[in-house]
Design a protein around this ligand. Structure first.
Ligand code: NAD
Length: 266
């Protein structure tokens, strides 16, 4: 079994994909907090990805990196993203280079396109339109993957995750939801497919009127098993009924109406 270093391994997305991934891989679970419910082939490491030496140690001997950790909130300021989302991205990619790790899967976000309007949205063909400093850091993360893919031949896949929740709360997320099972399948494509070089795909399950065709993921063999329509919350709110604060007219939803803060006053 190959060994995958998973960052952000105590978080929500990791909890949803670990049960599928550990069937195929040994998982090394790196997080600021200790990951819970470990299987026999999972190891928890408590550490900060913004600590370059800690990253180098955690990555030694791994066959691939799945990078999920990040700092985010609806109105996160720029300065608060610097360590976890910029410096650490490079520390991880550079650890891959240093240790000869050939695969890197990065949890990006649909928020890199968040400021586009839903009506007339060009989906896979839309230009970058980050909806805040969290999204801007994901644009950087994707570009950093491209840098290391082209310069050092690391096979990278950036997955623009839609909404990875158990159930779907509203009519915007209905078009971008992804199940843990489908996301794990897409991660496996990134970890194994021979044609991966420097890819950008969408982490979405099946739904009616999807925001994204996800053509590249389909080319690489991704076949989502789960459907948004089967996973609506009992408290589901249709898009027409969503309040303006939830940004119903924008791909990025509630991030769009938030102010851009470069540095929160101390
Ligand atoms: N959940 C979603 O719907 C969604 C949507 C789009 C993109 N994503 C992306 O998927 C990834 C995982 O999201 P999530 O929902 O699991 O988030 P989460 O907040 O539940 O988990 C993130 C984990 O990263 C860890 N972390 C943060 N900073 C760290 C650091 N400096 N060193 C080590 N660990 C650190 C946290 O402790 C946390 O356990 C993120 O990159 C996020 O941007 C998630």
């Amino acid at each position: 079994m190959k060994t995958i270093l998973v960052t952000g391994a105590a978080g929500g997305v990791a909890a949803r994909v670990r049960p599928y991934l550990r069937e195929r891989y040994n998982l090394r679970l790196l997080d600021l907090r200790e990951a819970c419910d470990l299987a026999a082939n999972e190891t928890a490491i408590v550490g900060d990805i913004a600590d370059r030496d800690a990253v180098l140690r955690a990555a030694q001997g791994a066959d691939a990196i799945l990078h999920l950790a990040c700092a985010y909130s609806l109105d996160i300021d720029f300065e608060a993203t610097l360590d976890a989302n910029y410096r650490a991205q490079l520390y991880l990619l550079d650890a891959a280079r240093e240790h000869g790790i050939g695969r890197f899967v990065f949890a990006s976000s649909h928020h890199v396109l968040g400021q586009h309007r839903v009506d007339g949205f060009a989906g896979d063909h839309a230009s970058i339109a980050p909806d805040g400093f969290y999204a801007l850091s994901k644009v950087f993360g994707e570009a950093a993957c491209a840098l290391y893919a082209h310069r050092h031949g690391i096979k990278t896949m950036s997955i623009r995750i839609g909404s990875a929740t158990d159930t779907i709360g509203d009519g915007r997320r209905q078009h971008i939801w992804v199940s843990g099972r489908d996301l794990a399948q897409l991660i496996r494509v990134g970890l194994e497919h021979a044609d991966v070089s420097n890819e950008v795909v969408y982490g979405v399950s099946r739904c009616a009127a999807p925001f994204f065709d996800n053509a590249r993921a389909t080319e690489l063999g991704y076949v989502p098993q789960d459907s948004a329509q089967d996973n609506l919350s009992p408290a589901f709110v249709a898009r027409e009924a969503m309040p303006a604060s939830e940004g119903p007219d924008f791909v990025g939803g509630p991030y769009v109406p938030k102010p851009l803060i470069v540095r929160t006053p101390q």
